[in-house]
Design a binder for this molecule. Structure first.
Ligand SMILES: Nc1ncnc2c1ncn2[C@@H]1O[C@H](COP(=O)(O)OP(=O)(O)OP(=O)(O)O)[C@@H](O)[C@H]1O
Length: 312
């Protein structure tokens, strides 16, 4: 697969000495929905700004749709739709009028087909019925969808979305995620940043994980989750005894939640069958015994040694 975005040693040190992005090697395959995951301040926005030529890297290089950044940007940017830090909208204009203005600002857009293009974009994001209403009356989710519509006025090979669901309510989040999936199904590569693990897990095929400016993992979401070990799970009406016995048999990280006892999976030296036998032998009645598939969250915790609690 060809890389739609590739970076090599991409680095940004802001004035004042802060290293925001540290030798980043990123490969975004064509056709993927690529999640750029990391807590606030981990360098996601800085990376996106470098990719789009909005700021200069301190070191390293990047290509966008095969062309070197920033030299080839003039040629490739028309094929890239970007939504960063929320759309700039005129509240006193309707949704349709906002898009007409956006389209008119594009020197490559044919004025004769402008209205058709704008209607198609409004349709695409489900705003056709609300197109005549002032943008100031739109909900945050509708504004975000209007922003996406502006990025979709011309056919795009790549969409870059910086935290597209930030600040939205659950319904708004669902709408944007559905839209992202539909766009990807049409063949557009989507690169989206997020600090929400479940969002990445729900919509992305691939992900890269950033912490403190550094890439700690990259791959398909399934691969990343498979890299983390799942949890050992025991369902029992005798949780206290089960927890004690598991710990006695070397299981670490044992926690009890109601009738559910979980722990780190045993190492290669221990057969899970011996553990279940030990529980039964110790008088623990078993309703269930097994290992749970790891989630992306497990992978993140395993990779960084931290939880994924982020402020804001
Ligand atoms: N213009 C700037 N000048 C100096 N430091 C900056 C500037 N922009 C960002 N930083 C710093 O660089 C680091 C990375 O910030 P960045 O915005 O890229 O992270 P992020 O992962 O996108 O987080 P967020 O989701 O909060 O935007 C942070 O420590 C931030 O304070």
């Amino acid at each position: 697969m060809t890389a739609v975005i590739a970076t090599r040693g991409l680095t940004k040190r802001y004035r004042g000495g802060r290293l925001a992005v540290d030798r980043l090697d990123l490969n975004v395959p064509a056709g993927s929905v690529f999640g750029f995951l990391g807590p606030n301040g981990s360098g996601k926005t800085t990376t996106i700004r470098m990719l789009l030529g909005l700021i200069e890297p301190t070191a390293g290089s990047a290509t966008l749709l095969g062309g070197p950044v920033p030299r080839a940007l003039h040629g490739v940017l028309p094929r890239v739709g970007a939504l960063i830090e929320g759309p700039a909208l005129y509240g006193f204009l309707s949704g349709r009028e906002n898009l007409l203005r956006y389209d008119a600002a594009d020197p490559l857009a044919d004025p004769r087909t402008r209205r058709t293009r704008v209607s198609a974009a409004l349709d695409r994001v489900g705003l056709a019925a609300a197109a005549g209403r002032k943008a100031s009356a739109y909900s945050l989710g509708m504004k975000q969808r209007l922003g996406l519509a502006s990025a979709l006025l011309r056919p795009r090979d790549l969409l870059v979305l910086d935290e597209p669901t930030n600040g939205l309510d659950p319904q708004g989040m669902r709408e944007i995620r559905t839209l992202v999936r539909e766009l990807a199904a049409d063949g557009t590569t989507v690169f989206l940043s997020s600090h929400l693990l479940d969002e990445i897990e729900q919509v992305c095929t691939h992900a890269a994980v950033m912490t403190r400016g550094r890439l700690v993992a990259e791959g398909s979401v399934a691969e990343l989750a498979a890299g983390a070990r799942g949890r050992l799970v025991v369902l029992t009406p005798d949780p206290a005894d089960a927890a004690r016995l598991l710990a006695e048999h070397g299981v670490r990280g044992v926690t009890v939640d109601g009738d559910r006892v979980t722990g780190d999976p045993p190492g290669p030296g221990t057969d899970p069958a011996d553990l279940s036998a030990a529980l039964v032998h110790g008088g623990v009645r078993l309703r269930g015994f097994g290992t749970e598939r790891a989630s992306l969250e497990d992978a993140f915790v395993a990779l960084t040694g931290e939880g994924f609690d982020v402020a804001g």
